[in-house]
Design a protein around this ligand. Structure first.
Ligand SMILES: [Zn+2]
Length: 346
């Protein structure tokens, strides 16, 4: 609690007989609660066991963490009482460093959980930022697989969320019914809500063009801004009701796992609890979605499975269309029988 600077009223009931962090430490784990603590812990040889807890419930998303790291704005991470959180690729690298010391191998599960959570909230730019962060974690896994020489990396999702699909680009469309071309993205940021109506700014086919995201300004793997000319626009097949201005949302929807005291603080600071409350009165307002939900929902859309293996052909077992439960059995087979499938079971 004190490590995360949470208000005293955020504390739940304490079990005087149980100190979980203390129990981990007694069992030999090094405990860290910040990005800098993590970096210090894994410097050099690093610990044999490591526990990192970096926030209450869900951590902040990449878009807000990166904004703080760049010195652009730390408002959101400060408002969440977690000003110094590591990125997913940094946590992944630390986990590989610690776990790869095990002579008998290891299993590591890395989740970019906010890809789903921000899809529920239909916050497109925060989904894209999370996907970039996850992609960087996959890069870390591949690097370690090459280094270790006998490792399988499986990249997949448990399901799709929101019916997320690229439908076009943000573009002023000049036509007989829309004679005024406002100009590029800077003009759209200050446009009247009526000028952001889908018929006026959703460019499809040849009116879509190509987005020009800027990765050169910061060199940290994330675009300088998500609001660019010809910005990617996303439609939601399993949408909940929402307000939509197309532009980056200044604040995230309040995370449902935060303590009540912090949620109260965020509401007082004009953060909203549901997507439909966001940017109220501005832009495109949808009513009566098919799902009749406040948030977007999971879909049954097929998801891609990508596999990489070093020192074996295990990746080949995951090629093609497969049932989701088969992934588990294929991984168990590789783990129990060995990469070549001939190792004796004991
Ligand atoms: Zn979900």
């Amino acid at each position: 609690m004190s490590g995360w600077d949470l208000p005293a009223s955020a504390a739940g009931a304490l079990d005087a007989d149980r100190d979980l962090v203390g129990d981990f430490q007694k069992a030999g784990f090094t405990y860290v609660d910040s990005s800098h603590g993590l970096a210090n812990a894994v410097a050099g040889h690093g610990p044999g066991k490591l526990l990192g807890l970096f926030g209450w419930g869900n951590m902040n998303v990449a878009l807000d963490k990166i904004s703080a790291r760049r010195g652009v704005s730390a408002d959101v991470v400060n408002a969440y009482h977690a000003p110094d959180q590591p990125m997913l690729d940094e946590m992944a690298d630390a986990a590989f460093k610690v776990l790869s010391k095990n002579e008998n191998g290891f299993v590591l599960m890395i989740e970019g959980a906010h890809i789903d959570k921000q899809s529920h909230l239909m916050d497109v730019d925060r989904v894209i930022g999370e996907t970039l962060e996850f992609d960087r974690a996959v890069g870390v896994a591949r690097k370690w697989a090459d280094k270790l020489g006998d490792t399988v990396v499986v990249v997949l999702a448990d399901h799709e969320c929101s019916g997320f699909s690229l439908m076009g680009a943000l573009a002023n469309k000049q036509s007989a019914s829309n004679p005024t071309n406002l100009g590029g993205i800077d003009a759209l940021k200050t446009a009247a809500p009526a000028d952001l109506a889908p018929a006026k700014v959703v460019g499809v086919y040849d009116a879509a063009g190509f987005p020009r995201y800027d990765f050169a300004t910061y060199h940290d793997g994330y675009p300088a801004t998500y609001d660019v000319d010809k910005k990617l626009l996303v439609g939601f097949g399993a949408s909940g009701d929402r307000n939509e201005t197309w532009l980056t949302k200044a604040t995230p929807v309040i995370d449902s796992l935060l303590p009540t005291a912090v949620k109260t603080e965020l509401k007082a600071a004009s953060y909203v609890s549901e997507p439909y409350q966001r940017d109220a009165g501005k832009g495109w307002v949808i009513g009566g979605q098919a799902t009749q939900q406040d948030q977007a929902v999971h879909t049954a859309t097929d998801i891609p499975v990508s596999t990489y293996s070093s020192g074996s052909d295990v990746w080949k077992r995951f090629v093609g269309v497969q049932r989701n439960t088969d992934v588990f059995f294929k991984l168990m087979k590789a783990a129990l029988e060995g990469a070549d499938g001939r190792r004796e079971r004991d």
